[in-house]
Ligand binder design. Structure first.
Ligand code: FPP
Length: 245
């Protein structure tokens, strides 16, 4: 059974879920935060090694201040309430993205949770926070140029593997499977470099309705796919045609 080592999720549709129920969008985010808890637990149980969740994009600042504020409070509450569960589930917590503009209380909790869970050896949970794929690539170029300027790096030595080592995700393998909920079929500036060979799975379910069995459906779909990374697999090779002179 092929299980993806790394699953990334664009958690979309909180707002529409709430609006369809004639409730405020914020209610959708509260429900969405509950889904985060159950999916994290389930992914760890299913022996997924890395789970990356797009929790706040660089574009999300354009939302009304009250909505941004609620998302930050939910994040803080998640870190306050869930750190001990992460410990008992042996989950290591990390984040990617530029957290400098996040409220200090959130940043404090983030480093506390990273530190508290750093020796856990089970799944690694990565939250993408104030994250944008293009921004990450631009920052990577900047870091590389600095090292070239300081003579720590020879420009001729730069290849895909060196480039990857300067990304926020340097420590993690590329995702094997990307799930996006809510019926949209876009990447939306998520992990642009890292998704090159990732299997994409789109579901119409809104994030608050995404349950353990929906994760299982995505994993089943992944299993049925034949990943070739641009090559051919031996059993699908047509017989070689020998050209006569
Ligand atoms: C998309 O819904 C979701 C987000 C903006 C971010 C995800 C946030 C959560 C799941 C809640 C808190 C997170 C944690 C980690 C505790 P949307 O508002 O874009 O939905 P819409 O497209 O229907 O408007």
């Amino acid at each position: 059974m092929t299980r993806p080592e790394h699953v990334a999720i664009i958690m979309d549709g909180n707002g529409r879920w709430a609006v369809e129920k004639q409730r405020p969008r914020t209610f959708g985010h509260i429900k969405g935060a509950q889904t985060v808890k159950s999916i994290v637990t389930e992914a760890a149980k299913l022996d997924i090694k890395y789970l990356t969740l797009f929790a706040f994009s660089t574009e999300n600042w354009r939302r009304p201040a009250s909505e941004v504020d609620l998302l930050m409070r939910l994040l803080r509450r998640y870190l306050d309430n869930e750190t001990e569960n992460l410990m008992s589930e042996n989950i290591r917590f990390r984040y990617i993205g530029n957290i400098a503009p996040l409220p200090e209380k959130v940043r404090e909790r983030l480093s506390k949770t990273v530190d508290r869970t750093k020796s856990n050896t089970g799944m690694t949970l990565v939250l993408a926070l104030n994250y944008g794929g293009r921004q990450e690539i631009v920052n990577t170029v900047r870091k590389i140029l600095r090292d070239v300027k300081d003579h720590h790096l020879n420009p001729e030595a730069i290849d895909e593997s060196i480039f990857s080592q300067y990304l926020d995700t340097a420590e993690y393998p590329d995702p094997d499977l990307l799930i996006r909920t809510s019926g949209e079929s876009r990447i939306s500036n998520f992990l642009l470099w890292q998704l090159s060979y990732t299997e994409l799975y789109f579901t119409k379910k809104y994030w608050p309705d995404f349950k353990e069995e929906d994760l299982q459906d995505a994993l089943n779909s992944f299993e049925r796919r034949n990943r070739r990374f641009g090559a051919t697999t031996p059993h699908t090779h047509p017989p070689l045609v020998v050209l006569s002179e």
